[in-house]
Design a protein around this ligand. Structure first.
Ligand code: NAD
Ligand code: TDX
Length: 339
């Protein structure tokens, strides 16, 4: 067993977004001696409100771009780790306009790798199961860490590219880095462009939910707090150069998830619209997290999806001011795409 790494001063890129902010709340609650420096560009997906309530002595916020090498030269020295969440994260946006995905996800990761190489800082790269392409609905197999990369969308190919850069910087330059590829996250503070919050907020606004294609596509859902605890284990106890898959055995078809939301919110289970399918739409994702569970002893805490979904519905119901301002622009964008 390798000795545990105990970071005290951690840069979190993309910390004002959905998963990054949930990770920071988790660290502040569970790791008392750790200070976080957030580096976030505050794109349409970043929101400073996501960091409300974090004590001032636990966090600094830096408004900036991960592609800015001069800023990284100022910021990185003095920190002992970077956890890299910042990305353009939405598949549908990547199909409409891939360029920001190449810039932030590929060039941004390259800039960070150059900085951690220069200043010898531990790096953890957050990635997605989508780099492995998709599985058939009836296939017993799940994704394994060493599976070949077969990304389908501009988003997933940009994430795959960034993973390969990390692997190369480890092998060629000896950078101290790990990678995690996680399945679909749900929970509070997820942007209303994403599937679960879009449908919940549609219902709250009197708009019928929208289901792509035949609704049979399967996603492997994990609560974002379980993603956070897994990332911490990998950052502190993972083996350098390794890839860990993060998932909590949460496979569900989109139509089942939508019906569960409709049921929970008191609507008939056919009270939704079928809309145009996503081009290149991946059929099924499924994670085998055996390596993470066996090697690091990680276990998810949120094993009851219905319960997690109920809490998520409650969060969006109680926090209308968090999402109301961006809802109509998001729906207008979808309407233009026939979705
Ligand atoms: P998000 O879109 O909610 O947040 C992204 C954050 O990154 C925002 O705060 C944004 O302002 C910031 N950002 C974007 N470009 C930047 C730049 N150039 N410089 C600095 N900051 C920038 O994304 P998310 O859903 O929280 O995803 C976070 C990470 O997790 C991403 O790397 C994503 O690929 C990965 N991931 C997401 C999921 C999921 O289900 N959402 C699953 C697996 C992996
Ligand atoms: O309105 C919708 N209707 C619908 O049927 C939306 C927004 C989505 N969908 C479908 C498409 C997918 O099969 O729901 C599923 C989930 O869609 P998204 O929330 O867009 O997620 P996905 O494309 O699976 O990608 C997510 O998980 C992996 C994250 O957005 C990525 O950042 C992460 O890497």
């Amino acid at each position: 067993m390798t000795e545990a790494f105990e970071p005290k001063n951690v840069i979190v890129t993309g910390g004002a977004g959905f998963i990054g902010s949930n990770f920071i709340h988790w660290v502040v609650e569970n790791q008392p001696g750790v200070h976080v420096t957030v580096l976030d560009k505050l794109t349409y997906a970043g929101n400073l409100e996501n960091l409300a309530g974090i004590p001032e002595d636990r966090m600094d916020f830096v408004h900036g771009d991960i592609c800015d090498a001069a800023l990284l030269d100022e910021l990185v020295p003095g920190h002992d780790a970077i956890v890299h969440f910042a990305a353009e994260s939405h598949n549908d946006n990547s199909i409409a306009n891939p360029e920001p995905f190449i810039k932030t996800n590929v060039e941004g990761t390259f800039r960070l790798l150059e900085a951690v190489r220069k200043y010898d800082v531990r790096f953890h790269h957050i990635s997605t199961d989508e780099v492995y392409g998709d599985l058939a609905l009836d296939e017993p197999r799940k994704f394994q860490p060493d599976d070949p990369y077969e990304p389908s969308s501009p988003y997933s190919s940009s994430k795959a590219s960034s993973d390969l850069l990390v692997r190369a910087w480890v092998r060629t330059y000896g950078v101290r880095a790990t990678i995690s590829n996680c399945s679909n996250n749900y929970g509070p503070r997820q942007h209303v462009e994403k599937f679960i919050p879009r449908q919940i907020t549609n219902i709250l606004c009197g708009i019928r939910p929208k289901l792509y294609g035949d609704g049979k596509n399967v996603r492997d859902w994990i609560h974002t707090e379980d993603h956070s605890s897994a990332v911490w284990e990998i950052l502190t106890r993972g083996r350098i150069g390794e890839t860990y898959l993060i998932g909590a055995d949460g496979e569900r078809s989109n139509i089942d998830v939508l019906r569960a939301i409709l049921h929970e919110m008191g609507h008939a289970e056919d009270d939704f619209d079928w809309v145009r399918d996503r081009p290149g739409h991946d059929r099924r994702y499924a994670i085998d997290a055996t390596k993470l569970r066996d090697e690091l002893g990680w276990e998810p805490a949120h094993t009851d999806f219905s319960d997690g979904l109920r809490q998520t519905i409650a969060w969006y119901t109680e926090n209308r001011s968090w999402w109301e301002g961006v809802k109509s622009a998001t729906e207008q964008k979808y309407a233009k795409q026939g979705q």
